[in-house]
Every structure is written in C-alpha cells, then in structure tokens.
Design a protein around this ligand. Structure first.
Ligand SMILES: Nc1ncnc2c1ncn2[C@@H]1O[C@H](COP(=O)(O)OP(=O)(O)OP(=O)(O)O)[C@@H](O)[C@H]1O
Ligand SMILES: [Mg+2]
Length: 303
C-alpha cells in the first residue's frame, strides 16, 4: 500500500502565544487505519480539526488526494471528542436529519440511515430516543453520523475514551468493520486501543511528531517474546537467578509469578524448562506471549 490519501506538511497551529501543533508532518495511506496517539494536550484534537477543515493552520499545508486547495469537507467524516446529540430525537430521525444536512434527499437519507444503523448495530434501537442510549450506543451513532455522506476519510476523536469495557469493545469491533469500507484516522491516548485495530501509528507529543511507523514495523523493532511462569510457591529467588542464562534479557517477579523477557525463545524456553525440572519448581502455568508496545509509547512520550 503506497498511495497517500492525506499528507500533512510542516503544519503549525498557534492560539495566541500558545503553539498547539508545531511543524507537524505525517501521511495517511489510502485504505489504512491510522492511530493518532498522544497524552492529554499533545495536539490531537487540534490536528483533527485542521484536517476536518474546521480550523486553519497558522502555516504549513494539508494535501488531500495530492491537492492542497478546494473544499475537502465533503470527503471527510468527523466525530468530535465530545459529540452533542438531540436527546429527544430517535437514532433514525437523527441520521435522516444529518443526511439532509449533507445534501442528500430525504429518500437517500433514509436509505443511508438504514444501511448505517445496520452497520453500527443499532437497527433494533432505531426508534428509541437518543437520550436513553448508553455511551457505547451514542458513540456508534456518532460514527454512523460521520459516515452518512460516504466520506473517503473518517476521523474519530477519542472514540472509546469515555466508554466502559463493554462499550469499548463494541466500538473497537465496529471500527474493524469500518476499516473495510473507508480510510480511518482516530485519536487515542491508549496504545492498546491503537494496537487492536490500526495499521499505522503516529505519536505526537507537545504538538510535535514523536514517531510515525507501521504497527508491524514497530512490533518487529520493539516487541519481545515473554515467558510468564506461575508456581505454587514463592519463586522469586529461583526466577531472579535465571538472568544467568544468556538468552534471558530481563526477569521481573512477584511472589509466585515470574515474567521473563527473552531474546531467543527456543533457547530460553529449553533452558528454563530444564531448570524447572532440575530444581523441582512446582509450576502451575507456563505461558509464552509478547511484550506490549506500551513501553515504547511511554519512552517516546516521556523523553
Ligand atoms: N481554541 C483554543 N484556544 C487556545 N488554546 C487551545 C485551543 N484549542 C487547543 N488549545 C491548546 O492546544 C494544546 C493542544 O490541545 P488539543 O486539544 O489539541 O490536545 P489533545 O491532544 O486533543 O488533548 P486531549 O487528550 O486532552 O483531548 C493544549 O495546550 C490546549 O490548551
Ligand atoms: Mg483532544
């Protein structure tokens, strides 16, 4: 996948004396799902609002499909960080209303509303008042709203941050489906959310680019195999002694649990299993997994 749908080039946004976005450049590939990651105040919302055409950059340019002029709003769908709904409307009424605002006829709006209600899993709730919706339902309706005019790019500003685990799951699953239909850019301050759905990651910090890479490459560069062992007794002394084995990079322990970061899985696994047998360690579980990218994020954001 090569072609860029959007390129941001040296974009600066100042509010009075404050610089919210500073010389930011990155691109979004056609058909990709890109996560815009950063801590509070990093400039995520400001960046998305500029991309949505709601704010003008102080300097720099934004190219959409290779062009940097013309009204791009019709190609873009946007779900704000704190969407506001008319609580007295039903989900169906709301989508038909939004469709008409986007210049669709009433019939087209209704047809689109039906499709989207199905896509976001709100078909059964279509006649209910939005006021009675859960957070996850509102967020899914917000995503449907952003899709009404079949945009080429859908931007979602922290679509899962305000949700409980159930709502989060619903919205993440939905984004996976949405990915098949359009290019997505969404912001979050949680790397784990990004890891679940996106292909590319852009990390910003204090308005500046901190890192931009594909998730696959980030994993290749920073992710290690991890062996987690649980036992029936305190294994701290035994586990800490394992660092003597060459392919073991790091050991952290908590009474009956040891988390072991390894450089060569086969070698480390054999060595540890042999040691377990030799020393009669009462192991209750032996798991192999991968370290999280959260550490990378923390390092990039804090440095
Ligand atoms: N309209 C505005 N006027 C003045 N300053 C602003 C305005 N909008 C944003 N800022 C400032 O720009 C910086 C970036 O804010 P922004 O809302 O883009 O960050 P964010 O990454 O979206 O943060 P959060 O995770 O809290 O949503 C902040 O310091 C903020 O105070
Ligand atoms: Mg924000």
């Amino acid at each position: 996948m090569g072609e860029n749908l959007v390129s941001i080039k040296n974009v600066v946004k100042r509010f009075g004396k404050e610089t919210a976005v500073n010389n930011l450049s990155f691109s979004i590939k056609k058909g990709s799902c890109t996560a815009l990651l950063g801590p509070n105040g990093a400039g995520k919302t400001t960046t998305l609002r500029m991309l949505a055409g709601l704010l003008h950059p102080t300097s720099g340019k934004i190219e959409f499909d290779g062009k940097d002029n013309g009204d791009i709003r019709k190609y873009i769908g946007y779900l704000p960080q704190h969407p506001v709904f008319y609580n007295w409307m039903s989900a169906n009424e709301f989508l038909v209303y939004v469709g008409q605002l986007a210049n669709l006829s009433k019939a087209e709006s209704q047809q689109k509303a039906d499709e989207l209600l199905e896509l976001v899993g709100l078909l059964d709730a279509r006649k209910k008042r939005i006021g009675g919706f859960s957070g996850g339902m509102k967020q899914r309706l917000g995503i449907a709203q952003a899709m009404i005019h079949e945009p080429k790019l859908v931007m979602l500003d922290e679509p899962v941050s305000a949700l409980d685990p159930v709502g989060r799951r619903e919205v993440i699953e939905m984004m996976r489906e949405l990915k098949e239909k359009t290019t997505i850019l969404f912001s979050t301050h949680v790397l784990h959310d990004a890891e679940e759905v996106c292909d590319d990651i852009v990390i910003i910090r204090k308005g500046e680019l901190a890192l931009s890479d594909s998730l696959a490459d980030l994993r290749k560069k920073h992710q290690h195999d991890v062996i987690t062992i649980e036992a029936e007794t305190d294994i701290r002394d035994w586990a800490n002694g394992l660092t003597a084995i060459e392919s073991i990079h790091e050991v952290t322990t908590e009474r009956t649990t040891a988390t072991i970061v390894v450089t060569q899985l086969d070698v480390a696994r054999n060595a540890i299993l042999q040691d377990i047998l030799m020393k009669n360690i009462p192991v209750s579980s032996f798991r192999i997994g991968q370290s999280s990218l959260e550490d990378v994020f923390m390092k990039v954001v804090k440095s």
